[in-house]
Design a protein around this ligand. Structure first.
Ligand code: IMP
Length: 185
């Protein structure tokens, strides 16, 4: 069967395809704008997006929403991660964290999947810390200021390693488990 990955980012389609290779599901890219409602909760953003897509007659699809949640900033930038990245960027986050001892943070990724009339929504998490300065040239977004092992940032590790520990990687594992549990794959 085929699932449409609804995103403006073709890199995500390849990542889903890689994870679903061998499970008999083919991913296809669909660019279909939908409202990302203002909410402080990733799951609510995903559920509302799914409602809108289903009302538009779209079926058998995947949407996701992710963000960086910093403990000492009470979860900021969270659901506003894309906006924060575009405006204050990594230097702005580091500035907000200047002198802050508690550097705990987590990436979260919520995936919503509509498949054969079933709705599956899962959230994957990757805990780590915010570094004191930017480091590394790989990845994107907050990768240069986030470390999951306290040694290397996400911008300094190979993509395969990042995918095996990341919030999106963990969410995809949960999604596959749920699909297997429901006999869908
Ligand atoms: P999206 O919902 O996956 O598009 O992610 C929203 C924003 O969160 C992105 O614009 C990035 O700023 C940030 N983000 C999400 N995932 C990652 C990641 O794996 N590394 C770095 N930044 C990320």
């Amino acid at each position: 069967m085929k699932l449409k990955v609804i995103t403006s980012n073709p890199g995500k389609v390849a990542e889903y395809q890689k994870s679903f290779d061998g499970l008999g599901i083919e991913m296809e890219h669909l660019k279909h704008p939908y409202d990302e409602v203002q909410s402080s909760d990733l799951e609510e953003v995903v559920h509302k997006g799914m409602d809108e897509l289903i009302s538009a007659g779209i079926r058998n699809f995947i949407v996701d929403d992710s963000g960086l949640f910093v403990d000492s900033l009470k979860g900021f930038p969270g659901v506003w991660s894309a906006y924060a990245q575009k405006t204050i960027g990594n230097p702005g986050i580091l500035k907000l964290m200047d002198g802050v001892q508690d550097r705990g943070a987590e990436f979260r990724c919520c995936i919503g999947c509509d498949i054969e009339g079933e709705r599956i929504v899962v959230t994957g998490v990757c805990r780590g810390t915010i570094t004191e300065s930017e480091s590394g040239h790989g990845g994107f977004g907050f990768d240069p200021i986030f470390t999951h092992d306290g040694e290397r940032t996400f911008a300094e590790i190979p993509l395969d390693e990042k995918n095996s520990v990341s919030h999106r990687g963990n969410a995809i594992k949960l999604l596959i488990e749920e699909m297997k549990g429901k006999g869908l794959v």
